[in-house]
Design a protein around this ligand. Structure first.
Ligand code: APR
Length: 246
């Protein structure tokens, strides 16, 4: 492990266009469950029912119960962890090009990163599908105590800014993420199983364009073979060891 840490330190010291690509494992230490693997959300909730756009458009009560019982309570109290603050440090050092995240919790921005691309949207941004009116998570949670699904004052249906399965990714975010992968010198995967596309295509784009690829993930991923360094450990622990010599 120490050898890999010093190898990673060397790569970071010579990189100044770093892309941090984060997944649910990066927010796990902020108390937010991951989706796959032991104790993952999808072992408790079938994503084809609770996180699918076609089901949502027919009957959104599944999604809203999931939001009310599972997502809101956890995301509401979640705080950025040490890993988030190391990325802010890298930004201050002028080494971080962009954060590209699959996470919908807004914790990178809360920690202080200024350039965050949200590939799968943001659950704190809630809109009416009819009139476009914005609602906060708290306002929506309050509505959910009285009615499921929650309705807008115009009578329209609300939806969180989270990209559900079967829904296209936000085009601008996808294009910007591809550009970041093409133009980085280090692509740092932090806490992602790398099985959901098109997000999981980014490491290959970065590698093909000559970047170093480093994967820090507790479990093995399908991209480990193509990586320059793989560290199967806590992302925030490894990042803290890099920056603080912890
Ligand atoms: N540090 C590093 N890795 C961790 C940690 C940690 N503290 N905790 C868990 N992991 C790893 C697990 O080993 C797992 O492989 O994080 C990975 C999380 O994988 P997933 O749960 O599949 O999350 P993610 O890759 O972000 O999923 C992609 O799938 O369900 C959809 O839209 C959802 O954005 C999500 C997408």
């Amino acid at each position: 492990m120490d050898e890999k840490i010093s190898e990673l330190k060397k790569i970071i010291s010579t990189s100044d266009q770093i892309v941090a690509f984060t997944g649910a494992g990066f927010s796990a230490e902020s108390g937010i469950s991951t989706f796959r693997g032991a104790g993952g959300l999808w072992s408790k909730y079938d994503p084809d029912i609770y996180a699918n756009i076609n089901v949502f458009m027919q009957d959104s009560t599944y999604y809203w119960n999931f939001f009310k019982d599972e997502r809101y309570p956890v995301i509401k109290k979640a705080k950025p962890n040490d890993g988030h603050y190391v990325l802010v440090e890298l930004e201050k050092l002028g080494k971080l090009y962009r954060v590209v995240t699959q996470n919908i919790d807004g914790l990178h921005q809360e920690a202080g990163n200024s350039d965050v691309i949200e590939l799968h949207g943001n659950t704190r941004k809630i809109n009416c599908l009819s009139c476009g009116k914005n609602y906060t998570m708290d306002e929506t949670y309050k509505k959910l105590q009285k009615e499921i699904p929650p309705k807008c004052s115009c009578g329209g249906n609300l939806k969180t800014g989270t990209v559900l399965f079967g829904e296209p990714l936000p085009q601008v975010a996808l294009e910007m993420a591809k550009l970041a992968a093409q133009n980085c010198d280090l692509f740092l995967v932090l806490g992602s199983s790398l099985v959901v596309y098109p997000a999981a295509s980014m490491p290959r784009i970065a590698k093909k364009n000559g970047a170093n690829l480093v994967i820090i993930n507790i479990d093995p991923t399908p991209m480990d073979e193509m990586a320059d360094i793989v560290i199967n450990d806590s992302a925030s622990k490894v990042l803290s060891a890099i920056i603080n010599g912890g």
